[in-house]
Ligand binder design. Sequence first.
Ligand code: KIV
Length: 282
Amino acid sequence: MKNTVSTLLSQKQSGKKITMLTAYDYTTARIEDECGVNSILVGDSLGMVMLGYDNTLPVTMEDMLHHTKAVSRGAKNAFVVADMPFMSYQTSVYDAVVNAGRLIKEGGAQAVKLEGGAEVCEQIKAIVDSSIPVVGHLGLTPQSVNVFGGFKVQGKNYERAAKIIDDALLIQEAGACAVVLECIPAKLAEIITKELTIPTIGIGAGNACDGQVLVYQDMLGLTTGHTPKFAKKFADAGALMREGFSAYIQETESGSFPADEHTYSVDDDIIEHIKKERGKNE
Ligand code: KIV
């Protein structure tokens, strides 16, 4: 059964933790879905983990649509949330509604996610009024990396912490169906989770949140270089891939691949016939 906004809300109410993972392609979405993840986020993190940019700012609506379409085909049960890329909603309420509509109508997502608090409430309200569920995103909002001066923990002083709480309440009031809390102190996330009636989904925000989300490349050991401390490595798929690629190269170079069991056969008399025919023409 396809998960919906109501599934996530009832999980908050019953205390059953919500599981969300990113995916950007059909195969990964299908595997996550078969494992029973509640929700799949087509994050604009795809700019970094799929396209190799330094941050999420260059990601376009066309990038998001391309990947959202693939994920939607693979997610039979999971609730698919698509990120609205940088400058697809900040520019105007009209742009926000049109671009959110494309992610649902063309991309096949069930909800959109956008970053920010008070400053995007008008956009959230207008999108929700167009019958599109919106997930908010507060704390370390990567599209504001140039304002933050890097990917840093947010809400560490009183003013910043109070602003995140206020923003959470405002986006709930504007109609958001859930909110991602990224890289904020666990105690702050706990206060927000208790105050809100909508689910909180944490990433680097402790275990009091109603659910968790991780970038799948981080949790499968596929990212290289610095990974944040909250990105627990649940499996080392990177090592498995290296092992597989190296074995393929070695066996192909040595000629042991393909072996008989990887090869198609044909009746000998057909080959004899072909050889005879070709001999005639030489
Ligand atoms: O883009 C993304 O993957 C995200 C998660 C980090 C929550 O927004």
